[in-house]
Design a protein around this ligand. Structure first.
Ligand code: ZN
Length: 475
């Protein structure tokens, strides 16, 4: 990586600030809403701005952890917010900070006894102490929990913010009136806390991730996007999305006013967003095609329960979420597996082909993208799905529910939802970054080495180990 200005200006004397806007979408930031974002434009004036390719899958977890560690989801063993913990039939488990087994950028800074300020970063709860201060991000259970380091910081930030909010739990169940108010307030409080910390603490690294934009996209995209199938003209939230982007720009300007001159600043997102066209009932589809068999008649519109499945006649089952995960029922791997190991690869390929040939409600090809983790990642840790399916390249969500004859629905079964994730996020910096590969731009895992260069951190030689063989171990 070559960062000319760093060398010219005598770095590494400086500091690094990273402002994360979860879900910031490049087509809005660089085009549709560009006129609303003068401060972001100024920041990148003689620096860099462009799309940032997210992880596969492009989800909050693992994407932020990939950015801050340089490791891809295969090496992290994290394939979404929820992951398998073994080859059994238990529910997937939420992946909190304890599931991150690699150092992240602030761990290296801490080892040098230099202080960091970390606010709102996913997978920082339960809190692990660092040199500096931490305010945990998404997945922390609420402000009643021990969500700060040091613990006494909690009272200070609650006082500065007038009551702090980590996230908005169950935001899809909150009325749009209430949700709009809460997202706005939460964001203002987060930035107030971040400004307070950068002004009152020593720091070498400061990171703030705001989750509000992700919540906004899911809940309000269709109110703004006149081409969205759920849009209705004249609604009262038509301008909420652009107004909120404008708020973010002003809040960032406030942070930059309090930031020393010698700071390398990055504004980044973990993935983008796109209008959601609807949901695909993945288990209903698997049942219709004979891959999945139940031993009872399920109640209508219910989530598939593992003990309803007739494992002796089931080859595969799926999970809902931003993308479809499919698990094969493999002999001597799953407790009651029926696919001989020697057949697993063939069945996986057949299923991939069937997903790729899936047509949508209008009879046209849905253009699904199928990823086979075993082939996609250089190394696999943990327990990945056997197939990952991006329905309509993520324009459609995966729904785990059964007991409904229709494969397709316009609604997310978790509540109204106007957007799904998209593969590219944003990368803006006051430094004139140059991707190593002229043709491709930056990948999210490229940034760790840029951050390390700025902070003059030499990663150990084994920080990005090359896997032995194809690397399909389950360590
Ligand atoms: Zn996200």
């Amino acid at each position: 990586m070559k960062i000319d200005r760093l060398k010219d200006s005598g770095y590494p004397a400086g500091r690094l600030m990273i402002i994360g806007l979860d879900c910031a979408e490049p087509s809005l930031v660089f085009d549709r809403f560009r006129h609303l974002l003068p401060n972001l434009e100024k920041l990148s004036g003689s620096g860099y701005c462009g799309p940032l390719r997210s992880t596969d899958p492009p989800l909050t977890i693992p994407a932020w952890t990939s950015m801050f560690s340089g490791q891809d989801p295969g090496r992290l063993g994290l394939y979404g917010i929820r992951n398998r913990t073994g080859y059994n039939y238990s529910d997937l488990m939420i992946s909190a900070s304890g599931t991150v087994h690699v150092p992240r950028i602030w761990d290296y800074v801490s080892r040098r006894n230099e202080p960091s300020i970390l606010v709102g970063i996913p997978q920082t709860y339960p809190i692990r102490p660092v040199n500096g201060c931490v305010v945990a991000g998404m997945l922390a259970p609420g402000t009643h929990s021990r969500f700060t380091h040091p613990p006494a910081l909690k009272l200070e930030i609650e006082s500065v913010a007038g009551g702090y909010e980590i996230d908005i739990p169950n935001f899809r169940q909150v009325s749009p009136e209430e949700l709009a108010e809460r997202i706005w307030t939460m964001t203002r409080k987060r930035f107030r806390v971040f400004r307070h910390l950068i002004k009152t603490r020593e720091w070498r690294l400061a990171i703030c991730v705001e989750i509000g934009l992700d919540r906004l996209h899911h809940a309000f995209w269709h109110y703004w996007d006149t081409n969205h199938p759920l849009h209705f003209p004249g609604n009262r939230f038509q301008s909420f999305m652009p107004d909120y982007y404008s708020l973010l720009d002003r809040e960032i300007a406030g942070v930059l006013q309090s930031t020393p001159e010698d700071t390398a600043v990055f504004v980044v997102s973990d993935h983008g967003a796109q209008p959601m066209m609807g949901g695909v009932r993945i288990n209903q589809w698997l049942m219709n095609r004979g891959y999945l068999t139940l031993r009872l008649q399920p109640p209508p519109e219910s989530d598939l329960q593992m003990d309803w499945i007739d494992w002796d006649r089931t080859l595969a089952w799926g999970e809902g979420g931003y993308y479809g995960r499919v698990f094969l029922n493999v002999k001597e791997r799953e407790p009651r597996g029926i696919i001989p190991r020697s057949d697993a690869e063939r069945i996986c390929s057949e299923l991939a082909r069937e997903f790729e040939n899936m047509t949508g409600p209008d009879g046209n090809l849905l253009k699904n993208r199928v990823i086979i983790p075993r082939l996609h990642y250089r190394q696999i840790r943990g327990y990945p799905p056997d197939l990952m399916v991006y329905f309509g390249n993520l324009a459609w969500r995966s729904l785990g529910e059964i007991g409904v004859p229709d494969i397709f629905t316009r609604q997310n079964n978790r509540g109204p939802d106007g957007a799904n994730h998209a593969q590219y996020g944003v990368l803006i910096s006051n430094l004139p970054l140059k991707p190593e590969n002229d043709s491709g731009g930056f990948q999210i895992t490229d940034l760790m080495s840029v951050f390390c260069e700025i902070l003059n951190i030499r990663l150990p030689n084994d920080a990005f180990p090359e896997p032995a063989g194809n690397g399909n171990g389950q360590d």
